[in-house]
Design a protein around this ligand. Structure first.
Ligand SMILES: Nc1nc2c(ncn2[C@@H]2O[C@H](COP(=O)(O)OP(=O)(O)OP(=O)(O)O)[C@@H](O)[C@H]2O)c(=O)[nH]1
Length: 458
């Protein structure tokens, strides 16, 4: 969602650029191009003086990456060629992405704005020294300032949207779990659905006309669903399916009943019954997931689920910044899990997942975090470690799994192996980078033949 659509933003930016002559913009472009390196260095040096900002920047990886990306950002922002709609649209997307990264890394907005202010100051100095026509200095400064402000505006909006989204999801879940007892809610809503169905049957039997037939959306269940569940589970797949089924029942199936002969009406009623059955199943799944989410745990393995991953990783990043200790991410993925499901059945697969979770739990220390990322993939946050200790731990884990017999039926034991990807935190403040490294290492372990550990290169 964008606060203005791309067309409006592009038009706004074009209008801004249109206030300045091509000749002025070319001169600014040339000055920026000739000084990107120096601008990036100036930005970095000034920000490092701020103790708060240096928390995010005093890291070799950031330093190495920030310079080239800052230079690219400046170049594209002042490229005279970037005036056409398409080019500006991609410039807008670039600013949005930067805003999202800032939100993820949790850089305070005031630091970003302060960086922009320092950049502007340095640019004004360059204009004073290097403009072919020094009389254009004022115009050049306004242009550079407005242009950077436009980028900041888009960035800040993306930033606040990303932050809002996280807060809203958490808030919605909290609200939901505060007002509902999930176990009893399931029974209550199941009864409410049945109630509506009974009322409908009665109304049809009494040959009431279409208008008098009770609508599912307006029933006790419908009200609960629209006012609470939909809000709490916004964006979840089941919610879309339930909403579609309610709409189909109320808008197509019910109106069709009255006009039809008895046989056709029965067919519609059967469809409605199937609809309510599927709503019931979807709801069960949803509430089960909610029960897990509420506690931040995966229902099957009782390990942590993804919900708290950003919170945990950001906290570990902060602790490692403060204490100078490091941590590692270890991704663990069961090999050929589909084959286990296919050969022994889905329930056996579930049992393997549970046994694997227990094995991982036994082999990790109290401070480590264990997540089930989904399917047959697990993540261990190995705290307070170093490259060698993390490698030894991961290798030992691989061997433990290899040595363990997994029970898939009363009399059936099978062998299971895992592939592992290990990435050691090297101080970069964006946890997604570390996740990607571990994921790539895991991918290599799979493609290198499975049942092996690959360590990501820093
Ligand atoms: N029993 C069970 N199976 C699941 C669960 N979640 C995902 N799966 C299944 O896990 C299987 C994963 O298969 P793939 O992603 O192809 O991976 P794989 O067979 O382990 O192969 P590699 O990872 O390449 O070694 C799929 O068949 C999923 O249906 C679950 O909770 N329980």
């Amino acid at each position: 969602m964008h606060y203005q659509d791309y067309c409006q933003l592009v038009a706004g930016w074009q209008q801004l650029l249109g206030r300045f002559t091509d000749s002025l913009r070319r001169q600014v472009e040339a000055i920026v191009a000739a000084n990107t390196e120096e601008l990036a260095s100036h930005f970095y040096a000034t920000m490092l003086e701020d103790p708060h900002a240096s928390l995010f920047l005093s890291n070799e990886q950031v330093k190495q990456r920030l310079h080239p990306s800052m230079q690219r950002w400046l170049t594209s922002l002042f490229a005279v060629g970037n005036t056409a709609g398409e080019a500006l649209e991609s410039l807008i997307r670039q600013q949005e992405q930067i805003g999202q990264v800032h939100a993820r890394v949790d850089i305070p907005v005031n630091l970003v704005l302060s960086g922009a202010r320092h950049l502007k100051q340095r640019l004004y100095e360059f204009f004073a020294e290097q403009l072919v026509d020094p009389a254009l200095g004022g115009q050049a400064a306004i242009y550079a300032s407005d242009n950077i402000d436009m980028a900041m505006e888009i960035m800040s909006h993306a930033y606040s949207l990303a932050n809002d989204r996280n807060a809203r999801t958490e808030e919605a879940y909290r609200l939901f779990s505060l007002t509902q007892n999930l176990g009893s809610e399931r029974e209550r809503q199941r009864a409410a659905l049945l109630d509506w169905e009974n009322n409908l049957m009665f109304a049809v039997a009494a040959a009431q006309d279409t208008e008098a037939l009770p609508r599912l959306g307006a029933s006790e269940f419908g009200l609960w669903y629209h006012h609470k569940a939909m809000h709490a589970f916004e964006g979840v797949q089941e919610v879309r399916a339930i909403s579609e089924t309610i709409a189909r029942i109320d808008q197509s199936l019910l109106p069709a009943i009255a006009g039809e002969d008895r046989q056709q009406a029965m067919a519609r009623l059967t469809e409605i019954r199937e609809g309510t059955r599927s709503i019931h199943l979807l709801l069960n799944g949803l509430l089960e997931r909610a029960a897990g989410l509420e506690a931040g745990r995966d229902a099957l393995t009782k390990l942590l689920n993804r919900k708290f991953l950003p919170v945990v990783l950001n906290r570990e990043l902060e602790m490692s910044r403060a204490a100078g200790k490091t941590f590692a991410l270890l991704m663990v993925d069961i090999d050929h899990f589909k084959r286990i499901n296919d050969t022994h059945g889905h329930e056996a697969g579930d049992q393997v997942l549970q046994q694997m979770a227990a094995l991982l739990d036994r082999n990790t220390r109290g401070g480590d975090y264990l997540f089930r990322l989904g399917g047959e993939e697990f993540l261990i946050v190995v705290v307070d470690t170093d490259a060698e200790r993390a490698r030894l731990f991961a290798e030992r884990l691989r061997r433990q799994v290899e040595a363990e017999d997994f029970l898939v039926a009363a009399d059936t034991l099978i062998e299971v192996t895992v592939s592992l990807g290990l990435a050691l935190h090297h101080g970069h403040p964006d946890y997604q980078r570390l996740m990607r490294s571990a994921d790539e290492a895991l991918y290599q372990a799979k493609h290198g033949g499975r049942n092996r550990l690959v360590i990501a290169t820093p």
